[in-house]
Ligand binder design. Structure first.
Ligand SMILES: Nc1nc2c(ncn2[C@@H]2O[C@H](COP(=O)(O)OP(=O)(O)O)[C@@H](O)[C@H]2O)c(=O)[nH]1
Ligand SMILES: [Mg+2]
Length: 123
């Protein structure tokens, strides 16, 4: 059974502009997101605490760190202690899709992620 006091540590990766920030803001506050906001590319990393009720009805928090797409060469610095990875791909951006696949397969080959569950999130 999940420990409600335990924060699940998640990494959110994907190319620049694939929708990572939008997805995480929506998960944090689906109603409150301002669709007119002018997106600013994530410089460095952002942390989002997402609260939800687990399958036993207990409050649970997932801490998601978004790492900007420009920082792909440095992604492996953020893998320690990570339990899950959400990899966001903009499937409507055909120019970016093969680069996204290369980044994704590079990530899958990372030994520190063998215990993690990598969930491709198609947007
Ligand atoms: N149409 C559409 N636009 C989106 C979606 N998600 C993100 N965007 C837009 O794509 C742009 C980049 O999104 P952002 O979340 O900043 O990408 P990030 O660089 O991966 O964090 C922004 O203009 C968003 O409004 C989506 O699901 N549908
Ligand atoms: Mg972002």
């Amino acid at each position: 059974m999940e420990d409600p006091d335990k924060k699940i540590r998640v990494l959110c990766l994907g190319p620049k502009g694939s929708g990572k920030t939008t997805l995480l803001k929506k998960l944090q506050d689906a109603e409150g997101i301002d669709n007119t906001y002018s997106p600013v590319p994530t410089i460095g990393t952002n942390i989002y605490d997402i609260h939800y009720l687990n399958k036993h009805g207990k409050k649970q928090t997932v801490t998601v760190r978004e790492v900007g797409g420009e920082m792909a060469p440095l992604w492996n610095n953020y893998l320690d202690g990570i339990e899950k990875v959400v990899f966001v791909v903009d499937t409507s951006n055909l120019c970016q899709i093969s680069a996204a696949a290369v980044l994704f397969y590079t990530l899958l080959a990372e030994p520190r992620l063998y215990k993690s569950k990598v969930f491709p999130t198609m947007i």
